[in-house]
Write a protein that binds this ligand. Structure first.
Ligand code: IMP
Length: 419
């Protein structure tokens, strides 16, 4: 058996929650492989909305097992509050959730460091969940892992990390008091959850013929290496990260599914070549409810960027594309696709990678007629308005990748399968 991977191809918020929930009835296990509570995967089942920050999006499907992998970072307070919300909605969690003992903990001081780094070091526009500082400690070999909570020296390790952080914070001018009561209380309850060396479990599942879907968070353009550095998150978000984030051999990767929105959005600062600062952009924001599910911040909106999409497809070897929020594009007289960027001075084509160094660019767009029909209730591809089908097929041509699923609304059944 192979592990299929699902990942975002833009700057996050593509709709991974809905699709993982939707596809999870075809899998035995859903495993999150990177990121932390900076993610906000939204699932709507029969009108009930769940926003998952830590728990994999297979949890809303009865019978599906869920794994939080080693490269995910964990805020125990958020994790437990999420478990309790799901349980209040009669969804069983504790018997269907395994957490890798190797997952690093987000400490209360990591969150303060995130806030102070944002204030003092040039803004990235982070989610303020402590993501950067926690991954910094992980790679600096100073991290505290969730499996450490069972060790006799846990308290010493935690106090050492806290002291180190406090001295950095003081040097930054932060005199904020640290209240870690909620954190320490949550950790006691985390001890009752299923913590294990998840890589053994996942490989055993594959051997016994079980199907696994690896769930990515954020998006490819926020990848720590390939994204618009330094305006990126602190983990690898491309398909290869599923291997190191779960302990699975690259030989065991199966299909790679890439999710993108019919337009683009981005939260936080950084390059965004197709950004729309006009009424069209505002319309997409309002109609698409483009406000962060983790932070509530308004998302920047813009036209679809094929150059960026092709870059993301190349990095992960995407086999199939899933196109989200097609319904949000209704009622536009024309829709545009950015096909290239050029240097304003030399007119030479600029690659996506070069955007970090060269912001003096002009975009080349192709324009297509829009569609005005309401499409959310359409179940069959052939019934879509011709101009919307032309838009979809143009993207397939430009990416040389099939679009096998088109989402036309937030509910599970507002989805058109093409294969
Ligand atoms: P961090 O991951 O909180 O450190 O934030 C770094 C950058 O990634 C910021 O621009 C965030 O807005 C962005 N970001 C992080 N997680 C997500 C996500 O799940 N969706 C969209 N943007 C995200």
């Amino acid at each position: 058996m192979k592990v299929d991977v699902i990942l975002g191809l833009q700057w996050g918020d593509e709709g991974k929650g809905k699709i993982v929930d939707l596809l999870s009835n075809k899998y035995d296990v859903i495993a999150r492989f990177q990121g932390g509570p900076n993610a906000g995967h939204t699932i709507i089942v029969k009108g009930q909305k769940f926003v998952l920050h830590q728990i994999p999006s297979g949890i809303t499907r009865e019978g599906v097992y869920n794994v939080i992998g080693n490269a995910v970072i964990l805020d125990p307070v958020i994790l437990l509050s999420e478990i309790k919300k799901l349980e209040a909605a009669n969804i069983s969690v504790r018997d269907r959730l395994m957490i890798s003992k190797k997952a690093n903990l987000i400490l209360p001081t990591h969150k303060l460091l995130d806030a102070w780094q944002e204030k003092s070091k040039g803004k990235v526009g982070t989610t303020l969940k402590g993501i950067g500082p926690t991954y910094q400690d992980k790679t600096g070999r100073f991290g505290v892992r969730i499996g450490d909570i069972f060790q006799a020296d846990f308290d010493t390790k935690y106090q050492q990390a806290k002291m180190k952080h406090l001295s950095i914070l003081r040097a930054m001018g932060c005199e904020d008091a640290i209240d870690d009561t909620a954190f320490l209380t949550a950790l006691e309850e985390v001890k009752t959850l299923h913590l294990a060396d998840a890589e053994y479990y996942l490989n055993d599942q594959l051997t016994s013929g079980k199907k696994i879907l690896a769930e990515g968070a954020q998006g490819s353009l926020l990848d720590i290496d390939f994204g618009t550095y330094p305006f990126v998150t602190s983990s690898n978000t491309v398909a290869a990260a599923a291997c190191t984030g779960l302990g699975i051999s690259p030989k065991k990767l199966g299909k790679i599914f890439g999710i993108f929105k019919a337009y683009c959005t981005r939260v936080g600062d950084g390059p965004f070549p197709t950004e729309l600062l006009d009424e069209v952009g505002e319309n997409l924001r309002q109609k698409g409810n483009e406000f962060g599910s983790t932070t509530g911040r308004p998302r920047r909106t813009g036209w679809l960027d094929i150059k960026a999409l092709n870059y993301a497809c190349m990095l992960s070897g995407v086999d199939e594309l899933f196109m989200m929020k097609m319904d949000v594009m209704n009622d536009l007289p024309e829709v545009k696709i950015c096909t290239d960027y050029h240097d304003n001075q030399t007119d030479e084509s600029v690659s996506f990678s070069e955007l970090t160094f060269n912001s003096d660019i002009k975009q080349a767009y192709m324009s297509m007629p829009g569609w005005s029909e309401e499409i959310s209730s359409i179940k069959n591809y052939d019934q879509l308005p011709t101009s919307s089908k032309n838009y979809i097929e143009m993207i397939e041509n430009l990416t040389a990748t099939p679009i096998s699923l088109v989402s036309v609304g937030p509910e599970r059944d507002e989805t058109i399968f093409r294969s």
